[in-house]
Design a protein. Structure first.
Length: 225
């Protein structure tokens, strides 16, 4: 039997890190899919803030809804980091993060839910109604995170919208872009240096403005002679 799991825990101080890789399914024969039951079992092991890395093409939207709800109910901070792709149902899970960060080379995709149906026209009509309801439930997660109107989100799903990290941040699906710690330190240092230069320049300008004029003094002295 394949012993590959979709999850992989690691530790960083008091923070628990969970990597979610693979498709999202209600059940899994080889435990290599992301299922609510397996996810719940792993989440119960935690009692501290967690970071969830997501790299998934999506899958079962009902299973994704369960995982989304578990993360929303989790009593500690949940940082979601999209390091590859969070597409379809996986994008719903990502919306549960108290903070969502994306790799500069990652992607996020949203689209309409789909299903397979058989039967007569009545069965097809029921399937359409079901899909409409599922779409509305997915929009709930997107609008809570982004604040975008339901109408606009619906249109984005109709068009199957792909977003890079910059676009996702712009639209509110993500809160920031992952960067190296050294880059953040460098940026902060540059900002401090720039502010210091501005302060120094302002001080010099003020001294020049408030200084006692020297030349008129020498002019008066020359007349006295």
């Amino acid at each position: 039997m394949n012993k590959k799991h979709f999850w992989n825990w690691s530790q960083n101080g008091d923070e628990n890190i969970l990597h979610l890789n693979g498709t999202i399914a209600e059940e899994s024969w080889f435990e290599d899919d992301i299922t609510p039951a397996l996810f719940r079992a792993e989440l119960k092991k935690c009692s501290a803030p967690i970071t969830v890395y997501i790299n998934s093409p999506g899958g079962d939207c009902v299973a994704a809804a369960q995982i989304y709800t578990m993360l929303m109910d989790y009593p500690h901070d949940v940082t979601v980091k999209i390091d590859g792709i969070a597409a379809s149902a996986a994008s719903v899970i990502a919306m549960a993060g108290t903070k969502v960060l994306m790799s500069p080379v990652s992607m996020l995709m949203i689209h309409n839910p789909a299903t397979v149906a058989m039967g007569d026209h009545t069965d097809m009509e029921k399937a359409i109604v079901m899909l409409d309801s599922v779409k509305e439930s997915i929009i709930n997660a997107y609008t809570i995170k982004t604040g975008i109107s339901r109408k606009e989100l619906s249109a984005m799903m109709d068009s199957e919208t792909w977003m890079d990290a910059n676009k996702a941040v712009e639209l509110g699906f993500a809160d920031g872009i992952l960067e190296r710690e050294t880059q953040r330190m460098s940026a902060n240092t540059s900002s401090v240096l720039f502010s210091q230069r501005k302060a120094d320049a302002a001080l010099v300008n003020r001294m020049m403005r408030d200084a006692v004029p020297v030349q008129p003094f020498y002019d008066r002295l020359a007349k006295l002679k």
